[in-house]
Design a protein around this ligand. Structure first.
Ligand code: SF4
Length: 182
């Protein structure tokens, strides 16, 4: 008699206002990805072709902070459809680099980026750009987060630890394997 296969955990990932470095760290799990591929299904992510968030996902992983209407929409959709939500990386956990603009007026920041520091044809982009919020917020500033994984980016070992604990049915304690900024 054959043993029934253990159901795979479904995983969705997205990057909001981040540099993609946290996703690169995910890929840095290297050969462990082969092992993980037997245990998880990545059902939505910039790393795979699937671009529609399924109705029910076991684990959602968000990189980056919430800086725009588009980021907020993504975070709310992940919260709605994912049983467990992970905030991955310092930008997601505390705002980090994107939040450095918070002490300044948004209009001044935009002006500096698109006019002051531009030599050729300074102009405001108006098409295909999301509406920015006055203040950048971490993920848990807008939706409930279940697991926080700090680091800029978090080490691949830390990401593997968290996923492996979830696969094994345990609650991960990322404070054992992470620290802010490293
Ligand atoms: S935490 Fe660091 S690596 Fe991750 S998105 Fe932010 S700046 Fe990039």
């Amino acid at each position: 008699m054959t043993t029934p296969a253990t159901p795979r955990i479904t995983v969705a990932t997205a990057w909001l206002d981040g540099c993609s470095g946290c996703h690169m760290s995910f890929l840095d799990m290297d050969e462990r990805l082969v092992d993980l591929a037997q245990k998880i299904d990545v059902v939505y992510s910039p790393l795979v072709d699937a671009k529609e968030l399924p109705e029910q996902v076991d684990v959602g992983i968000l990189e980056g902070s919430i800086s725009s209407e588009s980021d907020l929409h993504h975070a709310q959709e992940f919260r709605k459809h994912c049983k467990l939500l992970i905030s991955l990386g310092d930008c997601a956990v505390n705002g980090n680099v994107p939040a450095m603009r918070n002490p300044f007026k948004l209009a001044d920041v935009i002006d500096r980026a698109y006019r002051e520091n531009v030599d050729v044809q300074p102009q405001m982009p108006t098409v295909g750009v999301p509406v920015l919020f006055q203040q950048v917020r971490p993920i848990h500033g807008c939706v409930n987060v279940d697991v926080f994984v700090p680091g800029c980016p978090p080490r691949a070992d830390a990401i593997f630890y968290v996923l492996n604990e979830l696969i094994e049915g345990r609650t991960p304690d990322p404070s054992q394997v992470t620290r802010f900024g490293a």
